[in-house]
Design a protein around this ligand. Structure first.
Ligand code: AMP
Length: 274
């Protein structure tokens, strides 16, 4: 298999002078979580859901008035993008692309053909498909994060944004007064909802809502003794990017995300090749 067999073709793109509110609209297209920025049709940058969460956090840290949000969405894609992103090529082996993603901590690589034209994108999600063809060797316990950051149900959306931006992750379990997990909020849910609220004209109101009103109550779990292959299969089937490990009281004892699974995959492929 080559990268061209794994990549998503026709990825979401915008020209560099597009406004950031268009980025909010495009970044969740087909669950990709990235927009590729073009200059006259050629690759020049990339913007991820994580970048948008960091921007909201910067703008909304002290106050989150309408003018703060509008000050953000009328900037241009070029001003906020990561320029000259690392790329993959159609004829590359998936393991080489995976190595770049793990070594450089990138969640996605734009894909170019031999003529240097943009033809696709490969993300952590596509890499998870590689688990289908390898042995079940590694456990969830080994690759999950064990110190899970959670937020109380009455905390506000803007608090969740700030915790995710500071922690450098994209999921936040929500707890009740006993510490039991009752829901989860994700960076992509927040960006998707912001897009809707921007169109309605009230994005600042959403930032002040308590998490119990906006969270997803369907918390998907995995057992620490399950294999990373099983976790990957569950994420693909359920179309989610993370699974929680809960203790006997329903408290968070671990979280494993597509990022952790990509690292596990890298580990296993290098182990079996040696
Ligand atoms: P993500 O960007 O959500 O895929 O996660 C990046 C890294 O942070 C992974 O190693 C996750 O296991 C970890 N992580 C994600 N969410 C949390 C959380 N709420 N608390 C602690 N670690 C987390």
């Amino acid at each position: 298999m080559l990268i061209k067999d794994l990549m998503i073709t026709d990825p979401p793109t915008l020209e560099r002078n597009a406004y950031v509110y268009e980025v909010f609209r495009k970044v969740n297209e087909r669950g990709i979580g990235r927009v590729i920025v073009l200059a006259d049709g050629n690759l020049t940058g990339i913007i991820s859901t994580r970048d948008l969460v960091n921007l909201i956090d910067l703008r909304c840290r002290s106050s989150c008035e309408k003018s703060d949000v509008y000050g953000l969405i009328y900037r241009t894609a070029e001003e906020i993008m990561s320029p000259q992103p690392q790329v993959a090529y159609e004829e590359m082996e998936p393991l080489d692309a995976l190595t770049i993603m793990v070594a450089r901590n990138f969640g996605a690589l734009p894909v170019l053909n031999s003529a240097g034209r943009l033809t696709g994108i490969v993300t952590e999600r596509e890499m998870l498909l590689l688990f289908q063809d390898i042995d079940e060797l590694l456990s969830v316990r080994r690759f999950m994060s064990k110190r899970v950051r959670t937020a109380y149900k009455d905390a506000k959306v803007r608090d969740a944004v700030s915790i995710m931006a500071k922690g450098g992750f994209r999921r936040l379990p929500v707890t009740d007064e006993t510490g039991k997990v009752i829901g989860i909020v994700t960076a992509s849910d927040i960006v998707r909802r912001m897009d809707k609220e921007i169109r309605k004209g009230n994005p600042e109101e959403y930032m002040g809502k308590p998490l119990h009103e906006v969270m997803n109550r369907n918390v998907l779990t995995v057992r620490p003794e399950d294999s990373v292959n099983q976790a990957a299969a569950r994420m693909i089937i359920e179309r989610v990017g993370s699974l929680l490990v809960l203790d006997e009281n329903g408290k968070a004892a671990g979280i494993i995300t597509e990022r952790d699974l990509v690292i596990a995959l890298y580990h296993q492929l290098h182990l079996t090749l040696k």
